[in-house]
Design a protein around this ligand. Sequence first.
Ligand SMILES: Nc1nc2c(c(=O)[nH]1)N[C@H]1C(S)=C(S)[C@@H](COP(=O)(O)O)O[C@H]1N2
Ligand SMILES: [Mo]
Length: 344
Amino acid sequence: MLLPRRAGRRTNVGLLGLLLLAGGTGVLAFAVGSPGPARLVVAAHGAAGLGLLLLVPWKAVVVRRAWHRRPVGSGGLALGVATLLTLLTGVLHAAGVTGPWPWSAGVPVLHLHVALGVATGALVAVHAWGRRQRPRATDLHRRGLLQAGALAAGAAALWGAGEGLLRLTGAPGAQRRATGSFDRGTDDPAAMPITQWFTDTAPPAAAGTVEVVAAGRRLRVPVADLDRGDTVRAVLDCTGGWYAAQDWGGVRLDRLLALLGPGLPADGSVDVVSVTGYRRRLPLADAGGLLLAVSAAGRPLSAGHGAPVRLVAPGRRGFWWVKWVARVEVVDAPWWVQPPFPLQ
Ligand SMILES: Nc1nc2c(c(=O)[nH]1)N[C@H]1C(S)=C(S)[C@@H](COP(=O)(O)O)O[C@H]1N2
Ligand SMILES: [Mo]
């Protein structure tokens, strides 16, 4: 089969573009918590992944043609397999096959998807670097732009068809939230999964007091004093692919800080630190919307869910919701001076 040389190059550029978009939106999907932006990011992520399939016939030609010069090495093969497995696990999660299953190594299918995605990213970097090319002026000519537009439209159509199919068949995937998460235990905290970020483990014992620190002042508040009648209904949405809405009860963070007396700094950040050392830093301006919760659905928190006290951060993904809180401290450093995802 004879194809213009350009077609092979454009196929590879298209694949690289989709892989970069899929990776970027994948990371972003874990960072956004509010439904509007999440819906857009998750849709783009799905379309970018499915769009890869559209280029498979062209890529097959490219590979076959190159075979005579250089048979596919183990790197190229590993990349192909990793890409398809990442896509497969993504589709399975979206359809509602969420696990954990024995075949997914006992972890949620979404965790497997992330691990495969990271591996794919590393293989892409090596593969593309070894075959790097200069951009050409013709890449931005009409023909190239039309092809990119057609690819984007095809990818969007494929994603739309997939979503339509989920709805038509009534597959569980039709019920997922804007972030892509599935309901596990709304209004039933005992049915909520207990999830640790991969860097942390549950502590043997929790703290009996919460240390509150700001402007050189320090107070130890007994946990029994944290149930101050403040409540908020909020959705805990884990990047592992599940969510649960609960009525949380405890004390609003701004009211807790006010116990230190008047004249506290008005701007800055607040560090929320667990007995385990796990911590997140949030804007102090958000304190009125944050809750230190001692109860969910009217019942004290269970040990696994952070007893005696955890942070409730409405609109933020689960990794912000620090469990087993030991200390709350107002600091000058901006909240964005920290890794975007927990590393400690
Ligand atoms: N101290 C501590 N807090 C933590 C975590 C953790 O590993 N350690 N995991 C976070 C993550 S990723 C999520 S999704 C929620 C899970 O809360 P749950 O176990 O009560 O369902 O807690 C968050 N708070
Ligand atoms: Mo999570």
